[in-house]
Write a protein that binds this ligand. Structure first.
Ligand code: NAI
Length: 704
């Protein structure tokens, strides 16, 4: 059992002990109930303290039980809370560190609560597309008042215990302990005190369920709250249901409110949004696991970082480490380049200071961790060196040969290349086992995604170290094998090709973008092209025309580039731009250019539905992803979802391309692809289902 039982004098202490966060899995729930029974059966025990071992009171549901029938097996959480409420001896919850979700709901069932300062209190269910399902929406408003409780429930964000304890009239905590260290003693004292009081006056134990629950404005307040929430969370049903549930707490009898909450909870569980968010939760954790690299692989110490190249990427990469308190030495060829790089970093930080997002002293502290050099010798102490120089193999060769000559043994040598062969780069050194790709996304100080490119020779401890470093600098790291474009860009290339075919057939850039943005992408393909620079895709296509001459491409993007319309940086691209502004204004010139191109090809344009646009673009991602998965470039489908959710603006509530395809049914995806293949203007070869996709369809299986 994962809850311990001990008696201290006349007080029984039940301690949840299910590391890392005392998740309320079946064994823990059984332990709590058994402890309560034992305490109630022992005449020498006068009261009970319920607390958690280690780093949490309880973080809530046990993620290992996610989606398994064990989660519902008796005693389920509702029964455990019922047993606490019904205990014949008073129960004091002693919370510390983390009291979240089911953990907080459990504490709310206790007769008394004492908290250590610094406890993170939250009902984060909304982040998984749910509402609290074990009384949270009914009890929290009774102890904190409707507004405070609703804010907590709708945001899912943690609030510190001392802040909540300071709210006038709050009944969440009966007492705030002086410190985490004194909590156990103070909890025992409180338990003795309340046991004596109830013994003396014979009063009933206080229960949160018996407290009144009202808002002075009544339903008008909830109407207001609902409007607020609708505006903020238009793609998610759960926040609105939080409002409904809390409103029910003010309208219904407690037990009826509980039933209402339960119904909402169960209905939400099966919504696509909840499935997607739960998938994301699991996928995020799975991404850091590499099938053949054990969790306990020893990691190398990373205390000092070197960055080569102070350009767009080098500067952003550097900021990540400074933000995490890790010193960085930047190397360039010329002092001017270093000066420019530093000025950009300063400008970025100063903008944050101006917005009030960064304190002046923090800014200075970060800058003090940064040093620069023009000499490779100064990198001899670096534990990790990341190269972000020009994207040319000759330049990379020169850099890695020099690094090999000066870097200390065991230093990790990483390249930020986005297209070059990491194995070839590794071969420029005598230590290919220490070479790895760290593919950051632009702007590197903002974007969450980091593709960790595993070379043929990359050592396991190098991978383990880089994954740990990624976590430290707050990136979502996904491992990719070596191939052109790695996971993300290899897929986006097919998506861009397909976007080009759509233009030739009759769509406009604005129509395509609108359809894709309505689906939920942060940006459609053409707005994205204008932002990133259309010349980048042009350079890649030119390479492809010689490498793969029979690959079909639409020429529209080339025609655009021939006009010098590279995007925002040239003031014009697929759209027109007003100087100094980023608003994309549909361009008549571009529409005329596309029409002329169609005429030249003898194409009669047709109206293409938004649904077809979205399907062709998303399924082009899915089919390439199936190749990537089959080739082992990605080790699991959920990694591909993470890449698209964190690096390419795929709508979170759709769970990523693979999850989305799974939910649609792979059979349906394959059928749609067959239809697209018959379209004479599309590329039939393009829509040849990847062997893995075909196999999964035949076997009735899914990617994830
Ligand atoms: P950039 O042109 O802004 O910066 C490159 C910097 O490297 C320049 O400051 C240059 O002076 C310096 N440099 C060139 N050769 C050098 C050498 N031998 N020693 C020291 N410094 C040298 O280029 P950017 O955009 O920062 O790209 C750098 C790398 O990052 C490339 O490999 C690129 O493919 C990759 N990358 C770029 C992304 C982007 O969106 N810009 C995204 C992901 C990766």
């Amino acid at each position: 059992m994962t809850a311990e039982y001990k008696v201290h004098g006349d007080i029984a202490v039940i301690t949840l002990n299910n590391p890392p966060v005392n998740g309320l899995g079946l064994a823990t729930r059984q332990g709590i109930v058994a402890g309560l029974e034992q305490a109630n059966a022992d005449a020498a025990v006068k009261a009970i303290v319920l607390t958690g071992a280690g780093k949490a009171f309880s973080g809530g549901a046990d993620i290992k039980e996610f989606g398994s029938p064990k989660a519902l097996q008796e005693p389920n959480l509702l029964s455990v809370i019922g047993a606490v409420e019904k205990s014949a001896k008073p129960v004091v919850a002693a919370v510390h560190s983390v009291a979240m979700g089911g953990g907080l709901e459990l504490a709310l069932g206790a007769h008394y609560r004492i908290a250590a300062p610094g406890t993170q209190v939250a009902l984060p269910e909304v982040k998984l597309g749910l509402i609290p399902g074990a009384g949270g929406t009914q009890r929290l408003p009774r102890v904190l008042g409707v507004e405070t409780a609703l804010n907590l429930i709708v945001s899912g964000e943690p609030v510190k215990s001392e802040l909540l304890a300071s709210l006038p009239g709050q009944k969440l905590f009966d007492k705030l302990a002086a410190s985490a260290e004194s909590l156990p003693e103070e909890a025992l004292a409180l338990a003795r005190e309340v046991a004596a009081k109830h013994a003396a006056d014979g009063s009933a134990f206080p229960l949160v369920r018996n407290l009144p629950c009202k808002h002075p404005l009544g339903d008008a307040y909830f109407q207001f709250a609902r409007n607020m929430v609708k505006g903020m969370a238009k793609n998610y049903p759960a926040p609105g249901k939080c409002v409904d549930a809390v409103q029910a707490a003010t309208q219904k009898k407690f037990d009826d409110g509980m039933v209402f909450e339960r119904d909402l909870f169960i209905n939400l569980m099966w919504t696509p949004e909840c499935r997607a968010l739960r998938h994301l939760f699991v996928a995020e954790r799975a991404a850091s696991k590499i099938p053949d690299v054990a969790d306990d692989t020893p990691k190398r110490d990373i205390r000092q970082v070197g960055v080569i190249g102070a350009g767009t990427m080098g500067g952003g990469i550097t900021m990540n480490f400074l933000n995490a308190g890790i010193p960085v030495k930047m190397l360039e060829m010329k002092q001017e380049a270093l000066d420019r790089g530093i000025a950009t970093i300063r400008k970025n930080y100063e903008a944050q200071v101006k917005k009030g997002k960064l304190k002046q002293d923090k800014y200075e502290q970060r800058m003090s961790l940064l040093s620069t050099t023009l000499s490779y010798d100064d990198l001899k102490d670096a534990d990790l060196i990341i190269e972000a120089v020009f994207e040319e193999m000759d330049v990379k060769e020169a850099v890695f040969k020099q690094l090999d000559a000066v870097a200390k043994p065991g230093a990790i040598l990483a390249s930020n290349t986005s297209t070059l062969d990491v194995d070839k780069i590794a071969s420029f050194t005598q230590r290919p086992q220490d070479v790895v790709g760290m593919h950051f996304f632009s702007p590197a100080n903002v974007m969450k995604l980091l593709e960790v490119v595993r070379g043929k020779a990359t050592a396991k401890d190098v991978l383990a170290t880089v994954m740990a470093v990624a976590k430290k600098i707050k990136k979502t790291a996904v491992v990719s094998g070596v191939c052109d474009g790695f996971i993300g860009n290899r897929m986006i290339e097919q998506y861009s090709r397909q976007a080009g075919f759509l233009l030739e057939e009759g769509a406009t850039p604005a129509q395509v973008d609108k359809a894709v943005e309505k689906f939920g992408f942060a940006m459609g393909p053409f707005r994205m092209g204008d932002l990133a620079g259309n010349d980048i895709g042009w350079a890649i296509r030119k390479r492809r025309y010689t490498e793969k001459p029979d690959l079909k491409y639409s020429k529209t993007a080339d025609l655009l580039c021939e006009l010098g319309r590279y995007g925002q940086k040239t003031g014009a691209g697929w759209y027109d731009y007003v100087p100094g502004k980023r608003d994309a204004i549909p361009s008549q010139l571009v529409v005329d250019m596309i029409e002329k191109h169609r005429k030249d090809l003898g194409i009669t344009p047709r109206k293409i539905s938004d649904e077809e646009i979205v399907q062709r673009l998303v399924f082009s991602l899915v089919n390439e992803a199936a190749h990537i998965l089959e080739e082992g470039i990605a080790s699991k489908a959920s990694d591909i979802d993470m890449v698209y959710l964190t690096g390419y603006g795929f709508p979170i509530w759709r769970g990523g391309p693979m999850h989305y395809a799974d939910q649609l049914g792979l059979f349906n995806v394959a059928e749609a692809m067959k239809r697209f293949a018959k379209n004479p203007l599309d590329d039939a070869k393009f829509w040849q289902p990847a062997p893995l996709l075909a196999r999964l369809v035949a076997e009735g299986k899914t990617f994830n």
